[in-house]
Write a protein that binds this ligand. Structure first.
Ligand SMILES: Cc1cc2nc3c(=O)[nH]c(=O)nc-3n(C[C@H](O)[C@H](O)[C@H](O)COP(=O)(O)OP(=O)(O)OC[C@H]3O[C@@H](n4cnc5c(N)ncnc54)[C@H](O)[C@@H]3O)c2cc1C
Length: 306
């Protein structure tokens, strides 16, 4: 068995999620190879004890598009028994194309490795955890980073080899990129998340209450889909089935009803605190601590106390 982990880079740094994906990979084989696509500082990665070999394909940012890369990645992947990427937007774009080229099926959002052939993954918005057995020659897996701890770099172990693979022709071209100037903490890796719902009523209230509470708690800001759709918070704050999956130590749900699609994104949180005016709100079924009351009174009082 041979395992390959695929990752990319942002502003010269490998994605953090690679360290969680490596933990999953070493539950399949004690050591694995890593393919890094894009310019990246590999210092930390090559110090991970379970990384044997790093393939570095330094494609330019404009060429770092799944449509251009998939063919060459599929060729490299065919030398492995298991190929893993994080289930982030990069992995979810690239790996299905590799699966299509190799005529294999992909197993998505893996939460646990049961054995080299058997994996746990969520179904029905996380209400069912399925155990999937695969007899494909190459297992293609996207990994939920929040379900695996990050492996810690220790001593230099991996060899680095530069690759220069052929890019496929693509009808997609990257013309320009606009990066949001968000000063918010990264939601998916935050230890504390404060999320606001539709009950906040306006973007001003959301900012005044949720952002202030988050600042006091050094927390990342999340939101329900209803809050995002109402324009109270940006899209990348959405937690849930069609948003981000978070697994913080502490999750505060403020004015959020607890719809199943929201719960799907935060049920991995260690401790959940819910503030809701309705004592029968569904969110209380998932909360360790519940405050029944008006958020417009409770949140300012909390901010004051903190
Ligand atoms: C295919 C699909 C995918 C979806 N994906 C997602 C997703 O990823 N994430 C997501 O969040 N949703 C998702 N949804 C939407 C989801 O079903 C809910 O509609 C949404 O989560 C509701 O958001 P909310 O709880 O903020 O709003 P509401 O349902 O309007 O609930 C507001 C809550 O605030 C409480 N409240 C009102 N006033 C106050 C007050 N003054 N003080 C305290 N509490 C108060 C109310 O009692 C209520 O419980 C999805 C839906 C579908 C169909």
């Amino acid at each position: 068995m041979k395992t390959l982990v695929i990752t990319s880079s942002y502003r010269g740094e490998v994605y953090d999620s690679v360290f969680n994906t490596l933990t999953a990979a070493c539950q399949i084989t004690p050591q694995c190879d890593v393919l890094v696509i894009g310019p990246a500082d590999l210092t930390q990665l090559k110090r991970c004890a379970n990384v044997k070999h790093i393939w570095h394909w330094e494609v330019s940012h404009e060429n770092n598009l799944a449509t251009k890369l998939a063919q060459a990645v599929a060729q490299l992947a065919s030398g492995y028994s298991h190929v893993l990427t994080a289930a982030d937007s990069y992995g979810k774009d690239l790996l299905p194309r590799v699966a299509g080229i190799l005529d294999l099926s992909q197993i998505s959002e893996v939460m646990a490795i049961v054995s080299p052939n058997c994996f746990k993954r969520p179904m029905y918005a996380g209400n069912v955890i399925a155990e999937i057995e695969s007899f494909e020659a190459i297992k293609l897996l996207t990994i939920r980073p929040t379900c695996f701890s990050a492996c810690q770099p220790s001593v230099d172990s991996a060899a680095i080899e530069n690759l220069n693979l052929e890019l496929a022709a693509s009808s997609i071209t990257l013309h320009s990129e606009e990066i949001g100037q968000s000063k918010l903490m990264d939601l998916t890796h935050a230890k504390v998340v404060v999320s606001g719902g539709h009950a906040l009523g306006s973007a001003d209230n959301f900012h005044g209450l949720i952002h202030s509470l988050a600042a006091k708690l050094k927390a990342a800001v999340g939101a329900s889909r209803a809050a995002v759709e109402a324009g109270f918070a940006p899209n990348d704050c959405q937690v849930g089935q069609t948003g981000k999956i978070v697994a913080p130590q502490l999750y505060l749900a403020v004015g959020i009803s607890g719809a199943v699609q929201h719960i799907a994104g935060m049920k991995g949180a260690k401790t959940v605190v819910a503030i809701n005016i309705d004592p029968n709100a569904q969110i209380f079924e998932y909360a360790d601590y519940g405050l029944v009351g008006d958020l417009f009174e409770i949140v300012p009082a909390l901010i004051d106390q903190l």
